[in-house]
Design a protein around this ligand. Structure first.
Ligand code: GCO
Ligand code: CA
Length: 263
């Protein structure tokens, strides 16, 4: 019974930006729970093919689609293609994102806008393309990948924080508009995870590395696979009455103010 609640057999899940990092970890989780996974990448066909091969190596049913999530025309055409070739999209994970670490006074407006475009506007673009089908079928799951920066500020990541804070509110608004169609829209807010995105700030001896470890009650960086459970939960029948929530998977960062360095 409880196993069935989390079973994704027969479901098709589209995960944007799933060629590496947290997107890949969550896509693997959905695949292990039985879903057919549709992997979106943007940088190159070669990188996408390598990723799809890696999923298949694990025995997962995976398909790759190359498109730019900020380009509405490409998104609409790709969603049509996916629904024709793979099947109706039951689960959408809006994961693709970028970060630029520049203090606000030094940041170019064009760079600020690019971060907003990828991290905030694209979840709207992709959802807008996928949701009409979900409304028609009266069923769907949308997961927006938020961040610690949906709740907190930090020096040099102003555009990213503005986008991720916005994405939290977009999640609540999607829930407001779409819950009545049996579409559950929620967010996952990863804490600090060991990925290529955080590689520049994760170097041994870097004060930021020590800071994150001491700031996190669990005392370590997250392992991307730690996100699988949250992704499966919010994609499955186990979350059928959960709407507009962000589930933070952060080793306890948001639970505490932290501790002085001598404790
Ligand atoms: C940073 C980090 C974060 C993480 C993550 C936190 O520079 O503070 O890169 O932004 O990437 O999103 O949830
Ligand atoms: Ca189906």
């Amino acid at each position: 019974m409880s196993k069935q609640l989390f079973d994704l057999t027969g479901k098709v899940a589209l995960i944007t930006g799933a060629t590496h990092g947290l997107g890949m970890a969550m896509a693997k989780g959905l695949g292990f729970a039985g879903a057919t996974i549709v992997v979106n990448g943007n940088s190159s066909q070669e990188k996408l093919d390598t990723a799809v091969a890696a999923y298949k190596e694990l025995g997962l049913n995976a398909h790759g689609y190359l498109f730019d999530v900020t380009n509405e025309e490409q998104v609409i055409a790709s969603v049509k293609k996916i629904e024709k070739e793979v099947g109706a999209i039951d689960v959408l994970v809006n994961n693709a994102g970028i970060i630029k670490r520049t203090p606000l006074v030094e940041m170019e407006v064009a760079d600020f806008k690019q971060v907003i475009d990828v991290d905030l506007v694209s979840p709207f673009i992709v959802s807008k393309a996928v949701v009409p089908g979900m409304i028609e079928r009266n069923s769907g799951k949308i997961i927006n990948i938020c961040s610690m920066m949906s709740e907190l500020g930090r020096n040099s990541v102003g555009a990213y924080a503005a986008a991720k804070g916005g994405l939290k509110m977009l999640t609540q608004n999607m829930a407001t508009e779409w819950a009545k169609f049996n579409i559950q829209t929620n967010g996952i807010g990863p804490g600090y995870f060991a990925t290529s995105q955080t590689a520049p700030i994760r170097v041994e001896g870097n004060p930021f590395n020590d800071f994150i470890i001491s700031r996190t009650p669990a005392g370590k960086w997250g392992d991307p696979d730690d996100l699988q459970g949250a992704a499966i939960f919010l994609s499955s029948n186990a979350s059928n009455f959960i709407n507009g929530q962000v589930l933070y998977v952060d080793g306890g960062i948001l639970a505490t103010i932290g501790k002085p360095s001598n404790e």
